[in-house]
Ligand binder design. Structure first.
Ligand SMILES: N=c1c2ncn([C@@H]3O[C@H](COP(=O)(O)OP(=O)(O)OP(=O)(O)O)[C@@H](O)[C@H]3O)c2ncn1[C@@H]1O[C@H](COP(=O)(O)O)[C@@H](O)[C@H]1O
Length: 106
């Protein structure tokens, strides 16, 4: 089965930004602007929640949709995947501190 990495998905979204194509859905989102992209993120997030309550097939499908729209958002805001990886990296080794806190568990 063919697979696509998050990096490739991001690169594709960046490519569309730099070289727009008329029939591209990605370019349709950039043209509509940030509020449209944010609305899609909201919709797709809700669909992930609903999918998780149904079947793993739906959860996988909706997660792929959400990841695509998240990549479009990051490109629109000039945030790179390295920015995200740096943030995630800075959290490594913090588990013990998180677990010491009792108030995050409700
Ligand atoms: N991974 C995706 C991807 N995931 C979801 N979508 C689109 O996201 C849209 C979500 O569906 P919705 O029903 O929520 O939205 P809609 O009704 O079509 O449109 P609006 O609600 O936004 O007005 C669909 O049109 C999907 O085609 C994607 N569109 C593109 N890609 C990738 O981006 C590449 C470039 O695509 P284009 O930019 O269209 O050339 C493709 O080859 C894919 O690899």
């Amino acid at each position: 089965m063919m697979q696509q990495s998050i990096e490739a998905l991001y690169e594709q979204a960046l490519n569309r930004k730099n070289k727009p194509e008329e029939s591209s859905y990605t370019n349709y989102l950039y043209t509509k602007g940030l509020d449209k992209i944010l609305k899609k993120i909201g919709e797709e997030s809700t669909e992930v929640i609903l999918g998780a309550k149904n079947t793993n097939g739906e959860l996988i499908y909706e997660t792929a949709d959400l990841l695509f729209h998240l990549m479009v958002l990051l490109v629109e805001k000039d945030v790179t995947l390295d920015d995200i990886k740096d943030e995630l990296g800075s959290r490594q080794g913090q588990e013990s501190r998180l677990h010491e806190r009792k108030d995050w568990r409700v």
